[in-house]
Design a binder for this molecule. Structure first.
Ligand code: G1P
Length: 299
């Protein structure tokens, strides 16, 4: 299958308990790094990769995500009237022209595999992307999904983002075993969800970016609950790779696990230090904070 991906799935139905009490009312995907919510980073990456249909798998508590992507007529009108064109552009670009958002409700939290299966009717019979908004990938060049979409387009195979993790962390990830890598890609021979360090087939972990062929849906339909009692995307991929080539892709960029406190802090620091207007002041503020707290200079 040599088609360019056009559709991207964003599972956003998780509870976000790690960020309570903030996530009592604000979905975790709406937590910001500087001025953009996490979901916007993932959406921008999908659009850059060529996607024009964004499928959000939500639940009844996630109105804020749908509201965010809805057109804010009153606000636009106000900004227009007061000549705030820069801000107007910002809110209009949340969902650029030509890109549509589709919302599908996942009635029960049955797992990531089940969330992806909820997108089946919207995706149809074409390759598509899955982006987990917790994983924010910073890169100065092309985004991770763009890199993967290019690779998938030339091989026709499904492509899954991976990175090395310390062995003691394998139980937090899907872990793959691959053939030798050619440049950034290696064919996956085995994939297992959250193995304990002593049984993990490697330390190469799945990061939340996937380009999948639509054959995955049929497999998800018959996937039974796995790790954590959930229907796992990883388990369906394990069957997919018995039928067709699935490649692991070592993307260029730095991934921040914004599903954890430290990951969100790290991402905020990185984006602040790389920000065209804020970087100098941010550096100074960080230095001041370290000095005040009696910590040695960074340098
Ligand atoms: C999910 C996937 C896992 C993957 C991880 C990446 O797990 O099931 O295979 O390694 O995302 O972030 P979660 O973090 O949702 O438990």
């Amino acid at each position: 299958m040599e088609t360019r991906i056009r559709k991207a799935v964003f599972p956003v139905a998780g509870l976000g308990t790690r960020f309570l009490p903030a996530t009592k009312t604000v979905p975790k995907e709406m937590l910001p790094i500087i001025d953009r919510p996490l979901i916007q980073y993932a959406v921008d990456e999908a659009i850059e990769a060529g996607c024009d249909t964004l499928v959000f798998i939500t639940n009844r508590y996630k109105h804020a995500v749908a509201d965010y992507f809805d057109k804010a007529y009153e606000l636009e009108h106000k900004l227009e009237r007061s000549g705030k064109t820069e801000q107007l552009e910002l809110i209009r670009n949340v969902l650029p022209e030509g890109v549509r958002a589709v919302f599908v409700t996942q009635a029960e939290a049955l797992g990531l595999g089940h969330a992806v299966l909820c997108a089946k009717e919207v995706i149809g019979n074409e390759p598509f992307a899955v982006l987990l908004p917790d994983d924010v990938i910073w890169n100065r060049g092309p985004g991770a999904l763009k890199q993967m979409a290019d690779a998938a387009q030339s091989s026709g195979a499904s492509v899954i983002a991976v990175q090395d993790v310390p062995r003691e962390q394998t139980a937090s990830y899907g872990i793959v075993a691959t053939d030798a890598f050619q440049a950034r890609q290696g064919r996956i021979r085995a994939i297992v969800e959250k193995p304990e360090p002593d049984v993990a087939p490697s330390t190469l972990a799945v990061v939340g970016r996937y380009v999948l062929n639509p054959g995955i849906f049929e497999l998800l339909e018959t996937t039974t609950p796995g790790a954590g009692g959930e229907i796992q995307l990883t388990d369906a991929i394990a069957t997919l790779l018995e039928r067709e080539t699935v490649n692991a892709y070592r993307f260029q960029g730095t991934r921040f696990d914004c599903g954890t406190h430290l990951g969100l802090i790290e991402a905020t620091i990185r984006y602040a230090l790389d920000h065209e207007k804020l970087s100098d002041s941010a550096r100074q503020l960080m230095q001041n904070a370290l000095n005040e707290l009696g910590v040695e200079d960074l340098e």
